[in-house]
Design a protein around this ligand. Sequence first.
Ligand SMILES: [Zn+2]
Length: 421
Amino acid sequence: MQETALTGLDAWLDTALAELSGFRSEDRPGWTREVFSEPYRASRAWTAARMRGAGLQVHQDAAGNLVGRLPGTNPAAPPLVTGSHTDTVDGGGRYDGVVGVLGALAAVQVLAERGIRLQRDLLVVDFLGEESNPFGLSCLGSRALAGELTAADLARTDYRGRTLAAAYEDFGLDPAALLAAAPWTGTRRPHAYVELHIEQGPVLEERGTPIGIVTAITGIERLVASFTGSPDHAGTRPMDDRRDAMVAAAEAVLAVRAEGCGAPEHGVATVTRLENASPAPNVVPSLVRLYGEVRSVDETWLAGTRARLAGEIAARAAGFVVEADLRWSTDNQVVRAAAGVQDLAAQAADVAGIEWAPIPSGATHDAVHMARLAPMGMIFVPSAGGRSHCPEEFTPTARITTGVNVLAETLLRLDTHEFAQ
Ligand SMILES: [Zn+2]
C-alpha cells in the first residue's frame, strides 16, 4: 500500500478520467453530463465496459443503477457495496462522483494485484442521477434502492412540464417496475457501504491531510420567505414612510449569514436567491421572495434554526413595517457514518502510514440513502483549492490513488467484520 508503488494505477486512473470527461454536452460550460442526457447515456456504456474490464459482471437494475458484481467466495453472504455517481451538475467538473466509481474499479484492481478474493460479493455501483436535476430531486438511484422514491416523485415536472416518469421512460426504464422494486430492502440488505469521494471543500488541502474519514453528512433546512410591504412611488414616498419589502429581505440576508456564523460545528447558512414580484424600476418593492438554506451536522443546533431565524427575521422586518412569512422544509436529516466503518477506514489508513482526519460532509451524497440500508462510511480525498461543482474542480491522481488504497484496505476489513447488532 505504498503511495509511490502504484504508478500503473495512476496511469489507469488518468486515462479513465480523461476518457470519461470526454462524454459531455458541448453546448454547456465545463464538463456537463446531466442525468438522462445523451452524453450521460453514452458514458454509461463506456463505464459498463470499464467495469467488465475490471472483471465485474455488469447489469443495469430497475432503478437505472449500473451495477458491477465481483463474485466472492460466499455469494450467500450480504454483499459489500461501494461506488458513487458519474452525472454532473451543469457546468460541473471531472471528479465529483467520478472518483468514487473509477476509484472503486481501481480498488478492485488493487485487490486483484494482491491476489485477494473477498468472501462477500463486492458490488460497484454507478448510481443513477445523484446531482439535483430539473425535477428538483437528487440521488435518484440510491433513493430508489432504499425504497424512498415515490409515485409523487415520479409525477414531478421539469420547467417544460415533462414528468420524471417520462424522463425514466425516455431513458429506457419502466417507472412502474422501478417503484415495485426496492431491491436492496428486506433480506437483500448489503453488509456495508463505503464511498470514495472528493471533499468538495478546502479543509483537507489546507491541513495537508491526504485522507478524510467522514463522521456525518449534513442536514439541510430550506427556507422560502415572503416579505410584504406597500407599493409606492419610489420618487415621492419619503424614506421614513415606506414599507420596503426589499430592505426587509436584505436584513434577512444578513440574519441568515449571522445564523451560519454562529454555528457550533460546520454550520453554514446561505441565501441563494431574491425575487421582486414587480419588474418596475420606480416602485418601492412590495413583495419580495427569498430562498435560502441552513446546513449543519449538529442536529440540536439545526433543529433550533427555524425558531431563531423566524424571530430574528420577523423582528428586523417589523422595523420596516413589513410582514414576513417563512416556510421551511427539511431537505435532509443529519446522517451519521457508522462508527464501525469509520474505525476500519482509520485502521486502513493507519496500517499504510497515511495521515487522516475525521471530517463532516457539508454536501449530500448517495451515502445518505445507502445509510438506510447498511452501515455507511465515506472516504474523502482533497479538492484543490476546495473547488467543486465548477470546471476548475481538481484532485491530483496521486491523491486519488491514496484514497483508492485506503478504500481497498477498508473493503478488505469490512469483508470479515461483524457489526454489533
Ligand atoms: Zn458527488
